[in-house]
Each structure stands twice: as C-alpha cells, then as structure tokens.
Design a protein around this ligand. Structure first.
Ligand code: NAD
Length: 458
C-alpha cells in the first residue's frame, strides 16, 4: 500500500473516531498551531527570504500576521459558527421544527501554490480544523525552504492522523497520485489549467472542491479620481511580492486624459518605494525561479517600456516595469502576467471598458479608481468578478468579514473568516416532526383532497 493510501486510512479512522467533533478539541488545535507559528516566526521569515527575497515587513504582513489574525478570529467565533441553526418551518410541515447542522466532511486535501507559500497553505487549514476535518497538505514544490518550516510547524502542532504534510517536495506526479484518492474535500489554490485537472480528478469521486484560481485582474482608472493617490495604491498592489500575487492588478485601463499623469506618478512611487535601483532594495522580492523569470522576460517585447525593463537572470531580478502603448492583441494581454510588469491600455468611454472586460474570462479581482459614485455602481453592477476594491487594491482580501474567492474561470467558492468554516462544513438540514398529530392529506387515496392542497400551496 502506498504511503498516501496508508496515511489516508489512518486519518479516516481518526476522523471516524469522532475526536474532531469536539469544539474544544478544534480550539485547542488552533491554539497549538498559533503557538508553533509564533515559535517559528524567525524561521518562516528566513525561509521566505531565501525562497522569494521577501522583506521581513512584507513577509510578516502577508504571510504570518494575516494567519495569526485568521486563527484568532476562528478561535473567537467558532462556537457561534458551529451552533445548530433553528430556522422557520412552513405551514405544510405543521407540528415540526427545522434545523441546519454543520458537519465536517471528513479528510480534506489542501494543495497550495508557491507565491505566498506559507499563507496559502495554512489559511485553508484553519478552516479545515475549525470545521472539524482531518487534513493532508500538499505544499508547492517551488518554495522548498518554506516547506521545510511548514513541515516542522505541522509536526509540532498535530499528530499525523489529524493533519500532515504529504509529498512535500514532489511536483505534478505527486499531486496527480494524491488526486487519485477519494478525499472528502479538496481545496486547491493555483493556476487555471491545474484547477481544471483538479476538478476533473475530483469528479471521479464526486468530491466537492474549492478552486482559488488566477487570471487577469483589471485596474480601471477613471478621470475623476485623485491620480497621485491612485498611482501609489496601484504601485503598492502591483509590486508587492514582485507582482506574484493572484489579486495583483494585472493591467491598467486608464482614461486617456489622465494616462500621462498616472504613469509619471507611478514611476515616482517606484523610486520612492524601492530607490533608484530596486535591485539593491531589500524590500523588492525576486522571481521564484528561472522558468518563471524566462516567461516574464518574454513578455517585455511589445509596447513601449516607460519605466523599468532592467533584469538580471542570475539574481532572478526583474525591475518594476511599466509598459505603455499596449493593445488587447499583445502577448502580454493573453495570460495572467504574475510578475512585476504592468501594461497600460487607455479608454475614453467606460462603456467600452465594460464590454472589453466582459468579453474575457471573469477576473478574480477588479479595481476601480473613481470618485464618481455612478461609475462605481455601474462597474460593480455590470461586470462579474471575484471581488475587489474601489479606490484601492488588494485590501479586500485581508478582511475576515469578506469572503474571498473567484467566479467562473477565476474559481469557485470563497473562504476567509466564517467563509473558511463554511466551505469546510456540510450543511445538513433536518426536520424534526412531532408525533402528536398526523395530518392525513398527504396520504393516498387522494380523491377529494386536491382543493385543500391547492389552498395550502398556491
Ligand atoms: P500551479 O497551478 O502550477 O500549482 C499549484 C499547485 O498545484 C502546486 O502545489 C503544484 O504542485 C500542483 N500541481 C501542479 N501541476 C499539477 C497537476 N498536473 N495536477 C495536480 N496538481 C498539480 O500554480 P503556481 O504556479 O504554484 O501558482 C501560481 C498560480 O496560482 C497563478 O495562476 C495564481 O493566480 C494562482 N493563485 C491563486 C490564488 C487565489 O487565491 N485565487 C492565490 C495564489 C495564486
């Protein structure tokens, strides 16, 4: 029997023992996880520096702090989330009451990508534990230093039969072997093509899935906005983690009357954030590997580079780069960029923007910079996307009160905060009927009963 099968069997047995049903048990496990993360904070920061050259500030904010907040939130609210919910009962069910129970699915499989290698594995795990599931974790093979620390934390916090890391350094083949097994839930974060593979594999066992995917997230800049502030917030959201963020603004659609000003202001922000030579900045990350680096360099061909454009393959460094004069047909507009390159397209009518965005796959995120309330509501109303911000970038992701996820090609289901508890819970509906009264109308023979039925159900 393979190691995966053996581990799965152990976890299933443990789940069936009922140990994870207890809410105090779940809270205790979340506390253990938090404690271990705190104890290993230095190691996590060092690993993220090695894997991605992430600064301490950025790594703490986007990988550690955000996770500690999620754990605190789950611990605080778990008992109220888990309460059985009594709901109303229709008259046709006379003398019964109705309830929604939350129950764990069983053993979940969590597969994560390399760009936020700590956060994107541990964040879904918080939901899985809160909801009472066992979990097998498959980190990305592309951030091996972070994986080392993750293994240490998971082993320190949990027994293998409850949560464990599997196939830690394995690539595609390992994930494929995992996907052959009948998990009770699969939570996948990664690219659209692999998301399709995961969903297909899950369909063989009818396993429910959450898919947190990517795509091209537009950033629209209207003429009626504070351009200096917009430039700053866009440059921050685009160049954090060197653009390797699923919800980074992928491209800019700017009103032509403010395009030049926006470009000048963004170029100034880059210097303000990372200095004249961002390669020397400790605050600007690197591309994860040479394969991704080469892919990104291949996108520098079209349009006119107005700032940046420098790179160093040995260091996997690509400067924060803005490219003007891009058209929808340029190669950079075909797929998600996922790097520090920002193409600019212009428009003069918001209707055109809506049409162009709606003719493409539904984005994971959308950002609009505009003080015009009508324009804000028009964009929210007319374009379907996972989530986003008005007059900011990325921040919607960091609120435990907002479910985070894609729609259509950018994914399905949403997590964070209560959302994480909900995606890992089955909602079981139960009607409890009294034996005091038995209304005869539902039983055959039906002759002479239809009139009354029609009065009850009209
Ligand atoms: P990826 O899809 O290549 O890999 C993700 C995970 O899937 C890895 O653990 C990998 O080992 C595994 N995998 C790879 N090939 C597989 C296969 N054939 N079968 C099964 N599993 C396989 O993604 P990536 O390059 O690690 O990450 C970048 C992508 O992730 C981008 O598209 C980005 O937008 C997306 N992403 C989405 C979110 C989100 O929350 N929506 C967050 C971060 C990244």
């Amino acid at each position: 029997m393979s190691k995966i099968k053996r581990t799965l069997e152990k976890q299933r047995k443990y789940f069936d023992s009922g140990a994870t049903r207890n809410l105090d048990f779940r809270i205790e496990k979340l506390c253990a996880l938090k404690k271990s993360i705190k104890n290993n904070e230095k190691q996590i920061l060092e690993a993220l520096w090695v894997d991605l050259h992430k600064s301490e500030f950025e790594a703490y904010a986007t990988e550690i702090g955000i996770i500690l907040e999620e754990i605190n939130f789950a611990i605080k609210h778990l008992k109220s989330w888990a309460k059985t919910k009594k709901v109303r009962t229709p008259l046709t069910h006379f003398l019964s009451s109705s309830y929604i129970y939350s129950e764990p699915y069983g053993v979940s499989l969590i597969i994560s990508p390399w760009n936020y290698p700590f956060q994107l594995l541990i964040s879904p795990l918080i939901g899985s534990i809160a909801a009472g599931n066992c979990a097998m974790l498959k980190p990305s093979e592309n951030a091996p230093k972070t994986t080392e620390v993750i293994i240490k934390i998971i082993e320190e916090s949990f027994s293998e039969e409850f949560v464990c890391v599997v196939e830690a350094y394995g690539g595609k083949e390992s994930s494929e072997a995992l996907l052959k097994e009948a998990f009770n839930y699969i939570f996948f974060t990664g690219s659209v093509p692999v998301g399709k593979i995961v969903m297909e594999a899950a369909s063989k066992h009818l396993t429910p899935v959450t898919l947190e995917l990517g795509g091209k997230s537009p950033c629209i800049v209207d003429k009626d906005t504070d351009i200096k502030l917009a430039a700053k917030r866009i440059a921050w959201g685009k160049f954090i983690n060197a653009g390797q963020t699923c919800v980074a603004p992928d491209y800019i659609l700017v009103h032509k009357s403010v395009k030049e000003k926006l470009i000048t202001e963004m170029a100034e922000c880059i210097v303000e954030f990372f200095g004249e030579n961002p390669e020397k900045s400790n605050d600007f990350p690197r591309i994860i590997n040479k394969r991704q680096f080469d892919r990104l360099i291949g996108l520098l061909g079209g349009g006119k580079i107005v700032t940046g454009g420098e790179y160093n393959r040995a260091e996997k460094y690509i400067a924060p780069t803005i490219i003007d004069n891009i058209t929808w047909n340029d190669p950079i507009m075909l797929d998600e960029i996922f790097g520090p390159i920002l193409p600019i397209l212009e428009f003069d009518d918001l209707g055109q923007v809506i049409e162009m965005v709606n003719s493409r796959p539904k984005p994971l995120a959308l950002y609009l910079f505009s003080n015009n309330k009508k324009h804000q509501e028009r964009i929210i109303d007319r374009i379907s996307y996972g989530g986003g911000c008005i007059n900011d970038t990325i921040m919607h992701v960091a609120s435990p009160y907002l479910p985070f996820g894609g729609v259509g090609a950018s994914g399905m289901n949403a997590y964070h905060g209560k959302g994480s508890y909900d995606v890992f819970s089955h909602k079981k509906s139960v009607t409890k009927k009294s034996n005091l009264l038995d209304v005869k109308i539902r039983y055959a023979p039906y002759s002479g009963k239809i009139k009354l039925l029609k009065k009850l159900m009209k």
